[in-house]
Design a protein around this ligand. Sequence first.
Ligand code: C2E
Ligand code: MG
Ligand code: MG
Ligand code: MG
Length: 286
Amino acid sequence: VAKKLGRGRIKAFSPIMQDELLARAQLEQDFQHALQNRAISMYYQPLVDLKSDNVVGYESLARWETASGKFISPTQFIPLAEETGAITELTEQLLRRACLDALEWPAHTFLSFNISPTQLCDKRLSARIVSILDEVGFPSDRLEVEITESALFLDANAARYTLKKLSDEGIKIALDDFGTGYSSLSQLCNFPFDRLKIDKSFIDTFLHNDKQDKIVRAIISLASALEVKVTAEGIEHVSQLMRLKELGCDTGQGYLLGKPAPKASRQNVVPLHAEVTFLPKIEKTN
Ligand code: C2E
Ligand code: MG
Ligand code: MG
Ligand code: MG
């Protein structure tokens, strides 16, 4: 499988490429194995209401711990699962797992579940989600699905079909990583969103960058005007949290408020909630 370089030039099949291919084949095989053994697990990260400091929901984040105890990032194995077609099976396993876990949470908390772009464009997805909710007995209005803008460009008609079906069922829809993708504002009119999630990259820098601060502020007022929720992702510092509260951002998520944790070590929502209430209450200036 020599790679073509430019006009008719063939790159020699180097030992390094061979190593890469072997590593990739091994990873694929290990992943199939993990899938069969249900070895891909779910971690949960709290979403916190920034007015009350209460946990209002949890985002589920997939984790693959290999037999050797190494953690492989979902940013690596989700694309792998998409390429090999295993994503359908993986999504079903993970959604079932997450709904079962979420049944043990307080009834006012919701589950936020990531859907990969190729899945969103699969017209069978909505029916499968609904049947898993039925099977597990998880209320559809406690489920939110997170999608990224790239999915809307892959196949807008299929995406629209899926999102319409899901929202007809009472399932909420969040636009993840908002502000980083192809960010066409017309998408906000074409699809039934319930929440915008401001990408971590803005939260990382907005305190030190006036333009970024203005963008964050604008996204928050856009969400308010459209009457959708807005969540800031990746809050790591108290100063970021304080500024977001000042700007009226309604929900926050990040290591400061709670790291993703497996169900077993989390026990219940109280410890995380307690952590959050230790943070200083923000006095409104002027
Ligand atoms: P995402 O949906 O935008 O998830 C947020 C990512 O930011 C997570 O990374 C989370 O652990 C991380 N994060 C949250 N707060 C902080 C913080 O304060 N600081 C830092 N540095 N990071 C923070 P993770 O778990 O590695 O997931 C990466 C991406 O993989 C997710 O981005 C999502 O797109 C995808 N993903 C994760 N789980 C699933 C899944 O079950 N299904 C699908 N289709 N995709 C998933
Ligand atoms: Mg997400
Ligand atoms: Mg996100
Ligand atoms: Mg993100």
